[in-house]
Design a protein around this ligand. Structure first.
Ligand SMILES: Nc1ncnc2c1ncn2[C@@H]1O[C@H](COP(=O)(O)OP(=O)(O)O)[C@@H](O)[C@H]1O
Ligand SMILES: Nc1ccn([C@@H]2O[C@H](COP(=O)(O)OP(=O)(O)O)[C@@H](O)[C@H]2O)c(=O)n1
Length: 228
């Protein structure tokens, strides 16, 4: 049986991190944690409650009222996010949330809150967590670190196809602008900007199938568990 380790997957938007993280978690009988969902859920709360995030006191008191949990969906086997006991797994994928999430995720108080929650979840290991700063800040000692990349046009096309399925009014342009804006803010913010950890292995899935990306990641895990 696989020993208790932590697998981190970081990278820009829409390159396939959560797809790979779910595949790995299922295969290894680990728990998948979508750290981006936490920032999206916090953003949803801020938007719904008109929190003025220019005011530090308002941010702190809003965070005091937020509980975020990951619970398994018994039908899919994947974990889903709950904000104050409400399942918000699907609503947080909306463009309204995506438009603001990177701004809110750049706030130091928000990052402190989310990182502490993520580290608590990972205390017993046996998790695959994806995000932007998981291998650098949240779990710098993780046993397996993957940094995913894919060509921007491919990422935009993939995310557009996914969002169009749920909302046929969305345009390719809106998706492209949102991804470019978030990538820029995420890579340039002051606290834990998105960057490849020195010891992370890069995985470019531009031309890989989901099966090929899983095989690549499983080989990495195998190397760490049974070094030759
Ligand atoms: N290797 C791949 N080939 C084609 N499509 C993929 C591949 N990996 C992921 N996708 C699709 O790309 C979209 C974005 O993937 P996702 O895992 O949500 O990215 P991220 O978590 O990095 O934002 C999803 O619709 C997913 O089904
Ligand atoms: N560890 C993380 C994960 C996400 N985020 C923020 O949350 C946003 C949404 O993350 P996500 O993983 O759901 O985004 P996608 O890759 O699915 O587009 C990102 O654009 C970042 O602004 C972060 O700052 N740190």
């Amino acid at each position: 049986m696989l020993p208790d380790i932590i697998i981190t997957i970081d990278g820009f938007s829409s390159c396939g991190k959560s797809t790979l993280a779910k595949q790995l978690a299922r295969k290894l009988h680990y728990t998948y944690i979508d750290s981006g969902a936490m920032y999206r859920a916090i953003t949803l709360y801020f938007l719904r409650n008109n929190v003025n995030w220019a005011n530090e006191n308002e941010i702190v008191s809003a965070l005091d009222n937020i509980t975020v949990e990951f619970l398994p969906n018994i039908h899919t086997g994947n974990t889903e996010i709950y904000l104050n006991n409400e399942n918000v797994e699907y609503i947080i994928r909306d463009l309204v949330v995506a438009e603001k999430v990177s701004e809110i995720a750049a706030l130091p108080e928000v990052r402190k809150f989310a990182v502490a929650a993520q580290q608590k979840i990972g205390a017993k290991k046996r998790i695959v967590m994806d995000g932007r700063d998981i291998g650098t800040t949240v779990f710098p000692d993780a046993e397996v670190k993957i940094f995913m990349v894919a060509d921007e046009a491919v990422r935009v096309e993939r995310r557009f196809t996914e969002m169009f399925d749920k909302n046929p009014n969305i345009t390719l342009e809106e998706v492209r602008n949102n991804i470019a804006m978030r990538d820029y803010i995420d890579a340039n913010r002051k606290v834990s900007p998105l960057t490849k950890a020195e010891d992370a292995i890069e995985l470019d899935n531009t031309n890989l199938t989901p099966k090929e990306q899983l095989d690549f990641a499983l080989q990495l895990v195998q190397k760490v568990v049974e070094p030759v």
